[in-house]
Write a protein that binds this ligand. Structure first.
Ligand SMILES: *Cc1c(COP(=O)(O)O)cnc(C)c1O
Length: 233
């Protein structure tokens, strides 16, 4: 199937899943994960109407999306992979959102680099809920420390929008569901403790588990393989 057909299929699966769990499909943003795929495939997705993309490596993202953003100024990029401090400078230039903030030190660097270019950036805090990802805040306490610092406005160029997680890679649906429901619970707890923050987003769900994620409250799904096909590493 073509990228266009894959996108149509996923968008209709999003609609069906929302219908069955009584959600509005306009609540769900589809992030097309284009890592390891060439520019031409990204352009194919753009011509099919997809304007939001995710990449997990800054160097690769920079090479592709510097060009893309010149040609298609309304295309948005999220960084979704674990980020080294020395990559933050480039990351904040090309992305509208860093979904994978997993430690306080990274917020310091994001603030520093964004203030230099006078840019306000969205971030999500990554929660570690499965062994699939090595990164992420390990528990509610460490997560709340970061949220607290954000609520105290220590990072005026950083707009925290919610949480992100990667479920464990397993056949056991209950474990996947638990990863998502834990993250949702964390968001709800943080929302009620920090009502001044604009915490609305939950980035959860990939090609294999996005339907479960939507049922558990996801607002952002990150889909690569089901759109672009298998990656060649
Ligand atoms: C690669 C990646 C995805 C997409 O995974 P697929 O299984 O190809 O849909 C989603 N989230 C993150 C953080 C990734 O690194």
């Amino acid at each position: 199937m073509s990228i266009k057909e894959n996108l149509e299929k996923i968008n209709s699966e999003i609609s069906e899943t929302c219908k069955s769990c009584k959600r509005n499909s306009t609540e769900i943003k589809l992030v097309a994960v284009s890592k390891f795929h060439p520019l031409e495939k990204i352009e194919e997705a753009i011509s099919a109407g997809q304007l939001l993309f995710g990449e997990n490596r800054v160097q690769e993202a920079k090479e592709k999306f510097t060009q893309i953003s010149l040609k298609y100024p309304n295309v948005d990029l999220h960084i979704i992979g674990s980020l080294q401090r020395n990559k933050v400078k480039d990351a904040v230039k090309i992305a509208s959102c860093i979904e994978s903030v997993d430690r306080l030190e990274l917020l310091d660097e994001i603030e520093k680099q964004c203030s230099k270019i006078d840019k306000k950036i969205d971030v999500l805090l990554e929660v570690h809920t499965g062994e699939e990802s090595k990164s992420g805040f390990l528990d509610f306490t460490s997560l709340e420390q970061a949220v607290c610092a954000l609520a105290e406005n220590k990072y005026p160029h950083v707009n925290v929008r919610g949480l992100m997680t990667m479920a464990p890679f397993t056949e056991d649906e209950s474990l996947i569901r638990k990863s998502f429901s834990t993250t949702k619970k964390y968001l709800e707890d943080l929302k009620s403790k920090y009502p001044a923050l604009n915490l609305t987003e939950l980035s959860m769900g990939m090609s294999n588990d996005f339907k479960i994620a939507i049922e558990e409250g996801s607002t952002m799904i990150r889909v690569g393989t089901s759109i672009f096909g298998a990656r060649e590493y």
